[in-house]
Design a protein around this ligand. Structure first.
Ligand code: MV4
Length: 449
């Protein structure tokens, strides 16, 4: 087993990893930028190394500084968390070359799943359902016209290097195709330096349902059921839940089997997520595979009583998985609390937290690195806490969430707490009747003081 793990991340996820390491008797090294010196992850780790100034590209993304921090502290593994270097093939390779275990995917796996057209072709070969569309990258505009005519409008054009909706266009008729082709390729070239495009049939009003998987170094994989992440705004998830209110036992079985098949086909090692689009007829299609621990992993942990970070560490150390699949025993919901103003187009609201009262009690979990007196830097992601409630039923989990949101007091900055409070009373949300289009028609009500 590892003796010392360096956590190449900040905020709540760094703290989350440190907690499990302590429980496993593994020493921890935190890294931090100058503006994060007062963050809880720095205080809770056994050792801490400053790796640079505030901008990510000079600290949390600076591979040489992180490797140097691992070498001077004698860390034998690096946990990358999510974001930053967690899906960076070069970093995974550099760790390998330095004899440091990267607790994440191999460079080859990251490359294969990071290129969306390659990932889709791989999944198709594995027998995982995929959206009908082009065979890989479109050669030319003429090719795009031809493929679109074959599969029939509406279609979706996607950047192979894509993510977060960049370089993606829905096209409803041939007249729109040329403009979309040009603008999507320009956007992809600027964002990723890669303008490769592929095409799919458009799935209208889909749900985003993902399956958590864990694979071991012996080629065996299992699934831990689903998370419904359909409540998103501009490709940012706002809340997630498990089980999905749209799920049936039969669909869970089929999607779980498909995800395990996907993971075993590529000999996936570690924790991963297979994302699917699910249409109104409950057809499901492979969308992407994430080769990292995800923000919303705690809801899965809550409903099946399983520590995903511990499992990542065990698998990385060569321990085999049990091989069985896991079904949800409870219902869990996560609300992402962001330092943003929901009354002002979710505009970031960094600054000093003057007053903080954290909710607690039965079935309430709060994953956060912030505290009263803490200043949220403007350099990073605006998520400051994840509030997770767990109960026997969805209704009870919602009641608990409302109660916990009411208890949660944060002063000095604006947060998304009022948004979640309203969401938990929204009839369509309460009925479990939502798709990825849900937020397009959502409006904040005037605050009642
Ligand atoms: C789609 C789709 C509809 N049809 N593909 C968005 C992010 C990117 N990774 C894939 N995405 C989509 N792909 C087809 N063929 C709709 C989306 C999509 C979406 C998916 C999941 C969650 C939120 C979304 C919001 C808008 C569009």
């Amino acid at each position: 087993m590892f003796k010392k793990i360096l956590i190449a991340n900040r905020g709540e996820i760094a703290l989350r990893v440190i907690r499990t390491c302590r429980e496993m008797g593994i020493k921890t090294v935190a890294v931090y930028s100058t503006v994060d010196a007062d963050s809880l992850h720095v205080k809770f780790a056994d050792e801490a190394v400053c790796i640079g100034p505030a901008p990510s590209n000079q600290s949390y993304l600076k591979m040489a500084n992180i490797i140097a921090a691992a070498e001077i502290t004698n860390a034998d593994a690096i946990h990358p968390g999510y974001g930053f270097l967690s899906e960076n093939a070069k970093f995974s390779k550099i760790c390998q070359e330095h004899g440091i275990k990267f607790i994440g995917a191999s460079p080859e796996m990251i490359d294969k799943m990071g290129d969306k057209a390659t990932a889709k072709a791989t999944m198709k070969a594995a027998g995982v359902p995929c959206v009908p569309g082009s065979e890989g990258i479109l050669d030319s505009y003429e090719d795009a016209v031809k493929v679109a005519a074959e599969i029939g409008y509406p279609v979706m054009m996607k950047a192979t290097a894509g993510g977060g909706g960049k370089g993606m266009r829905a096209i409803w008729k041939e007249e729109e195709l040329e403009k979309a082709w040009e603008s999507a390729r320009m956007e992809a070239a600027a964002a990723f330096g890669n303008d490769g495009m592929y095409m799919e049939k458009l799935i209208e009003e889909p749900r985003h349902i993902e399956i958590q998987v864990v694979g071991d170094s012996f080629g065996k994989a299992c699934h831990l059921s689903e998370r419904d992440c359909s409540v998103q705004r501009r490709h940012q998830k706002l809340t997630e839940e498990t089980p999905s209110p749209f799920m049936t036992d039969e669909l869970r079985h089929k999607m779980g089997e498909a995800a395990v098949k996907a993971a075993e086909y590529i000999q996936y090692e570690g924790a991963g997520t297979v994302e699917f689009l699910v249409d109104k007829h409950r057809n499901f299609y492979f969308m992407e595979m994430n080769t990292r621990i995800q923000v919303e992993h705690p809801i899965t942990e809550q409903v099946i009583d399983y520590d995903l970070i511990r499992e990542q560490i065990l698998v990385a150390a060569g321990v085999p998985i049990s091989g069985k699949n896991y079904l949800p025993q409870l219902h869990s919901i996560e609300c992402r609390i962001n330092a943003e103003d929901p009354y002002n187009d979710f505009r970031p609201s960094p600054g000093k937290i003057t007053v903080l009262h954290a909710p607690g009690g039965h079935g309430v979990r709060l994953d956060t690195h912030v505290y009263a007196g803490y200043t949220i830097p403007s350099n990073y992601d605006s998520m400051i806490a994840k509030l997770i409630t767990t109960a026997q039923t969805r209704e009870e989990a919602i009641s608990k969430m409302k109660r916990a949101l009411d208890e949660f007091v944060i002063e000095g900055i604006k947060t998304t707490i009022p948004f979640h409070r309203q969401l938990m009373d929204e009839p369509d949300y309460v009925a479990g009747n939502y798709t990825t289009k849900f937020m397009e028609s959502f409006k904040m009500k005037e605050p009642k003081n």
